[in-house]
Design a protein around this ligand. Structure first.
Ligand SMILES: *Cc1c(COP(=O)(O)O)cnc(C)c1O
Length: 344
């Protein structure tokens, strides 16, 4: 009973997929890279497939192989990193669709497996992955002759609806794909929320499925309950934790709970992180240690036997704000030590 419990609500995950799917006429895929944003790719992908997702995206071929093992034949699995050196066998054996990112990848693919399905990733301005407009001009004819399954690009600023980068990238993507009779994809979670002109034929939400911003209406998917190991009295002026960074200004009760930075609770998390006991707020005080956190429970009527660190009252993005990061990093940092409980 010593480890914290991470509960993943697969119904909420499925509901979030359906809610995003209802916002668009396009096909709604699901991005499950990085082990399903840290939540466990097999249970997450099963739940999304049951909800209706038919296409999945991962970052690299190895993740695609793990996903194929989990899902079996049928669903389309696309790989953002494309066809890298050494990937050919994995792509073939696990029936994965690489999104080709460069002339080198295009030539490698055409030589190694010309009949194997592929997509093309274009760079519409983010300068991270994909062929640039000039490369695409040079390669377009060869690529089209081999009949890509999908042409995609990715938005750099989609979580800021008013950002002029969005319309610039939309324009660039339109110019590069004008007149083509091939399915197109530009939108991730943020792009879905920007509106239908960003949706094209297929949308690729990730973070919104897992309950994160910018999908503000998302249902929470992740709940974290941490057992209390002991509770102690601390007198005014006494300090708590490494570096004496906190001291009591009143007679206090401090609970020590069984999770720390080894579990993804980033040590740099500043003030603002709270724990909850039956809905009552209890501030985290002092430094986060490797396996332990200290929480001020003075205002509770009774000493709690566990405290909640993630849930309705403190969402992934609240936690991210306190840590100076984004929900994506909180989710993908969740540690391996938790007891994981998948709820249907
Ligand atoms: C991660 C990723 C997505 C999903 O983005 P979210 O913001 O999590 O919805 C979609 N497309 C690409 C290329 C990605 O890298």
């Amino acid at each position: 009973m010593g480890t914290a419990r991470l509960t993943i609500d697969l119904n909420a995950l499925a509901e979030n997929w359906r809610a995003l799917d209802a916002m668009t006429e396009a096909e709604t895929a699901a991005v499950v890279k990085a082990d399903g944003y840290g939540l466990g790719v097999a249970p997450v992908a099963h739940a999304l497939a049951r909800a209706g997702a038919r296409s999945f995206f991962v970052a690299v071929a190895e993740e695609g192989a793990a996903l194929r093992r989990a899902l079996g034949p049928g669903p389309v699995i696309c790989v953002f990193s494309g066809h890298m050196a050494g990937d050919t066998e994995l792509l073939r054996d696990f029936d994965l669709v690489p999104m080709l990112n460069s002339i080198d990848q295009m030539l490698r693919h055409a030589e190694a497996m010309p009949d194997h399905p592929f997509g093309v990733q274009l760079d519409s301005g983010m300068n991270r992955l994909g062929m640039e407009p000039a490369e695409w001009v040079a390669l377009r004819e060869l690529a089209l002759r081999l009949k890509p399954e999908l042409i995609m690009s990715h938005l750099a600023c989609a979580d800021e609806p008013g950002h002029p980068m969005n319309t610039r990238q939309l324009q660039s993507f339109r110019e590069m794909t004008e007149g083509l009779d091939i399915p197109l994809s530009l939108a991730a979670t943020g792009g879905i929320l920007l509106g239908p002109e960003y949706h094209f034929d297929l949308c690729r939400p990730g973070i919104g499925l897992y309950g994160g911003l910018p999908f503000a209406e998302a249902q929470p998917v992740v709940f974290l309950d941490v057992p209390v190991i002991q509770v102690r009295e601390v007198e005014p002026g006494e300090t708590v934790g490494y570096g004496n960074t906190w001291f009591a200004t009143r007679p206090s009760r401090i609970a020590t709970i069984a999770a720390g930075y080894a579990d993804g609770i980033l040590r740099g998390t500043g003030g603002g992180l709270v724990a909850h006991s039956d809905g009552h707020r209890c501030p985290v005080v002092g430094r986060v240690s490797m396996d332990l956190i200290t929480v001020d429970v003075t205002d509770l009527d009774q000493d709690p036997d566990h405290l909640r660190l993630l849930g309705e009252k403190q969402r992934v993005d609240d936690w991210a704000d306190a840590a100076g990061t984004i929900g994506y990093e909180i989710l993908t940092s969740l540690g391996a030590r938790y007891t994981r409980d998948y709820r249907e």
